[in-house]
Design a protein around this ligand. Sequence first.
Ligand SMILES: [Fe+2]
Ligand SMILES: [Fe+2]
Length: 181
Amino acid sequence: MDCTTELRLEHGMMMKIFSALLRLCSGSGPAEAESHGRLEKVMDFLRTYVDQCHHAKEEEIFFPAIREAGLIKLDGLVRELMSEHHAGRGMVQEMEKALGQLRESEASAKVFSEVASRYVTLFRQHIRKENGILFPAANEKLSAEIQQRVLHGFRKIDRDKMGEDRRTAFHHLAEGLEKAL
Ligand SMILES: [Fe+2]
Ligand SMILES: [Fe+2]
């Protein structure tokens, strides 16, 4: 497997969770008990699977490898993607805060839904740019040796930040919510 195949697979899981997040915000809304429990799990996914693992793989390993391979023309795009990761982390914090206040404040449900909607719009576009522009260019330029090093770095991040059992559980969560909602 090359490194972009792994990142694309993770994008697929993220897309499932994004759709689930939007569906949980519509209908009975995030204040309803069952939705609330599911949203806690979705937030764990966004914090751990997306920010601590997937985005860390891109920021610490994959983007530097692209620079190392001499893809200077992609520098502007990589900077844009990095700033979107940063914005996404801020939105996750806003959603967590709103979710924590749901029981005391009705306005929090509205805040949560509004931030969730902005987050999903941003990251659907973000993933389209990575899948459609960045990954094809990287696949052309990254040598087999760099690919191996990148994959090795990905394994270390998975091990340190998540572990195989949690990774499997997050994939089950994404697939389960897709079926249930
Ligand atoms: Fe990214
Ligand atoms: Fe990504």
